[in-house]
Write a protein that binds this ligand. Structure first.
Ligand code: GCW
Length: 729
């Protein structure tokens, strides 16, 4: 019975299996590199599944067509197919794929007659080759289903003498990371897809196969960094860096290493006290620094290629340097020095704010906090420190502006943090394809170094420090990229909602290439996921299925936004678990998350003239755009301004009528998602159909709950009736 476990790697048997290309018979790979072997095995597995015949893996060329895998450096067969310039165009983890027709395949009795391998997958490094193999497998699937190639980047030509497949692809972001918020008791903070796949009962899982399968999913979309425990490091997890658990960590590292993935540990800043019996964790105390140096020696003896430490300090009651009157550069640098001899990095989170705020205090603005703490420290961090910044200044709301810290830090390496797990976007019970949201963030222009200072250039390191473009060969600039909190767990289909797999897939693809569109990524994912036997019409990718599911995905963020928090205000969720509507749930709390709705109006005044001054953290023209209600985009109006309910939006609608309209329409559109799915029933595998339908039914009902709670709240607050007289309670 189909359950979604294989996700986008299920490689359905091709309906054109008889057309199996001759070059799919043999894979030639030389050298004992572990990741290259993984690449060969993955290719073998995919081809076997698609064609029903297992290709041989050979370490020397054969006299029939074959696929050669290897690095330019170690594989002469591979190197000779690409000119020096062509090789130089490939970055550390990129790849080239070239496939050329043989002159006359039927008569090719010798290797000479073949004139080189038929298809070559080449990189500077073994991980590059592995990513190339996954590209080739995607391409083949698209081809064999009688559809166009899946990759926008592949230049394929049909001419008989030129190559039929010629691809160059380089990852844009040097670091492409996944963060786990898994605890060792098996729970997952903000996890909506079952228990941890890493731990149970304060021990490492016994199910290593599951971890290997996760590594496959991650590597197939180019992820190469993975933090394996929650940033809130509790008592047991604090001990991950002790000999009690280090051999387990080493076993995990070995599994992921085979897929080119480096692991990281989240650490407890107070470890010297909790583990070492010291009386302080003051970063400037020589005893503390020495404790960490010794600890690093021990940790790296066990896991020589550990990526480093992820640190949540002075954030939501976690310990940190503030307790000792030190700033965060002191804190991060001390740890960075300890890891430096081993090439380790410190990923230091900027989610630092006062979580014990008095709601009566209208001056303190949580949105300002990260900038206020970290901007003054720009340039003070070691080369192996990276600051990890959430996409928005608050916390992964369905709509937020982009954090103004990006671009403001000009002499500090940064990592952008997204949240794949849908904490505030429906918790994988509602459909919410997040790639369009992430695209908006990446395309946002900060203007911090003039026009074109986009987030995607800042976080990939290509804008460079102090205005000078980063040189790709300089190691200093490899410490940039994107991280995201994963959405997977022990549920059989990984993500609970099967369609939420598209967010994990989409995140990886976007981190590799931020130029891919949300539409292209959705297209790839739907074809890979719903091709073949999941599609009961067995006609390859059904004409209906691909556009219909794509449209569901592409509409879903907007739909979710429309029946939840209006106009950028956020936070109208139930406290603690953050699921479902509760308009005042956070209004009189200490978390700094308010909407200030009263009988006259709603929204947070963050302007420089009359508000908290947050707007001033942006550069012109963005600051000017946000400062005035005349120019502030509707979808962020209540994030930046407090306005009367009768304020007229750019759309021509009043704020109150906008709230009513979007909530009525949003709930209706949620029901349409379900109806679309129902209309696809005949094309879908039954079990897959049923598991998704159950989620969409719930979403339909829950969207009505949202609609009625929000509409009723604002009707009672404002006393203004709906122009269309729809039921409000
Ligand atoms: O979004 C908030 C979550 C916390 C989380 C925190 C963080 C891991 O509600 O559960 O803690 O952010 O990012 O540190």
């Amino acid at each position: 019975k189909e359950n979604g476990y294989d996700a986008w790697l299920h490689y359905p048997r091709s309906s054109h299996a008889e057309n199996r290309p001759a070059w799919c018979n043999v894979i030639v790979v030389t050298g004992g590199d572990e990741v290259l072997q993984t690449a060969a095995n993955e290719l073998q597995r995919g081809l076997t599944s698609m064609f029903g015949q297992q290709p041989k893996i050979n370490d020397v060329p054969v006299d029939v067509p074959f696929i050669a895998l290897g690095t330019f450096k170690d594989h002469p067969l591979v190197a000779e197919r690409f000119s020096a310039e062509e090789q130089a165009d490939v970055n550390a983890e990129g790849y080239r794929i070239r496939g050329t027709e043989m002159i006359n395949p039927a008569q090719s009795a010798s290797y000479d007659a073949i004139k080189g391998p038929y298809v070559t997958v080449a990189g500077q490094t073994a991980p590059g080759v592995l990513y190339g193999v996954f590209h080739l497998l995607r391409w083949l699937q698209g081809r064999l289903d009688g559809e166009l190639p899946l990759q926008a980047t592949s230049k394929s030509s049909e001419s008989s003498d030129g190559p039929f497949l010629d691809v160059l692809s380089n990852p844009v972001n040097p670091i492409r990371m996944i963060n786990h918020w898994d605890n060792m008791d098996g729970s997952v903070e903000r996890g909506y897809a079952g228990a941890s796949i890493f731990y149970e009962n304060n021990a490492l899982t016994k199910n290593m196969d599951r971890l290997r399968d996760y590594a496959r999913l991650l590597a197939s979309v180019g992820i190469q960094s993975l933090s394996i425990n929650n940033v809130n490091v509790h008592q047991v997890e604090t001990e991950l860096i002790t000999d009690k658990y280090l051999s387990d960590v080493a076993r995990l590292a070995a599994i992921f290493r085979a897929y080119g993935i480096q692991i990281y540990l989240s650490i407890n800043y107070a470890s010297p006290m909790q583990l070492g019996g010291l009386t302080t964790a003051d970063p400037l105390d020589p005893g503390v620094a020495e404790w960490w140096r010794a600890k690093a020696r021990e940790v790296y003896a066990a896991v020589p290629d550990l990526g480093g430490f992820v640190v949540k300090a002075d954030s939501e009651n976690r310990p940190g340097p503030f307790s000792y009157g030190r700033h965060h550069a002191d804190g991060a640098n001390m740890l960075a020095d300890a890891l430096q001899p081993y090439g380790g990095r410190i990923i230091w989170r900027c989610f630092v704010y006062d979580c014990k705020q008095d709601w009566r205090d209208r001056k303190t603005d949580r949105a300002r906090a990260a900038f206020d703490y970290f901007k003054p420290l720009d340039g003070l961090f070691r080369d192996n420190v990276i600051l990890q910044i959430k996409n928005g200044p608050m916390d992964f709301q369905v709509r937020e502006p982009v954090s103004p810290l990006f671009g403001a830090l000009q002499a500090t390496q940064v990592l952008l943090e997204f949240q794949i797990t849908q904490e505030y976007t429906g918790q994988q019970r509602h459909l919410c394809y997040l790639v369009p949201q992430w695209k908006e963030v990446l395309d946002f222009d900060t203007y911090t170094q003039g026009k074109g200072s986009t987030i995607k250039r800042i976080v990939s390191g290509s804008l460079g420090s102090n205005g000078s473009p980063a040189s790709p060969s300089s190691t200093k600039y490899t410490n940039y990229g994107i991280a995201a909190v994963t959405n997977i767990g022990a549920d059989t289909n990984w993500t609970g909602h099967l369609l939420a797999q598209s967010n994990l897939y989409g995140y990886g693809r976007l981190a590799w290439d931020p130029e891919l569109s949300a539409d292209e990524i959705a297209d790839e994912w739907v074809r890979l996921t719903f091709g073949g036997y999941r599609n009961r019409s067995h006609t390859g990718n059904s004409k209906h299925l691909v556009p219909a599911i794509k449209k569901m995905l592409l509409d879903s963020w907007n739909i979710y936004e429309s029946y939840t928090a209006p106009l950028g205000v956020g936070w109208m969720v139930s406290p603690d678990h953050h699921y479902g509507p509760d308009v005042d749930g956070y209004e009189y709390s200490m978390w700094g998350t308010y909407h200030f709705a009263d009988c006259r109006g709603i929204g947070v005044d963050r302007t420089t003239t009359t508000g908290t001054g947050y707007v001033g953290q942006y550069c012109s023209p963005q600051a000017d755009i946000y400062e005035s209600t005349e120019t502030c985009p509707d979808e962020l109006l209540l994030f930046f301004h407090h306005v009367p309910y009768t304020h007229v939006l750019h759309s021509g609608q009043t704020v109150i009528q906008h709230i009513y309209d979007t909530h009525f329409e949003g709930a209706e559109r949620a029901a349409n998602l379900r109806d679309t799915w129902v209309s696809l029933r005949d094309h879908l595998d039954e079990a897959i159909y049923a598991q998704v339908l159950e989620r969409l039914e719930h979403q339909t009902e829950h969207a009505q709950e949202w609609r009625d709670r929000i509409n009723t709240y604002f009707y009672r607050k404002s006393g203004i009736a709906d122009q269309k007289n729809r039921p409000i309670y």
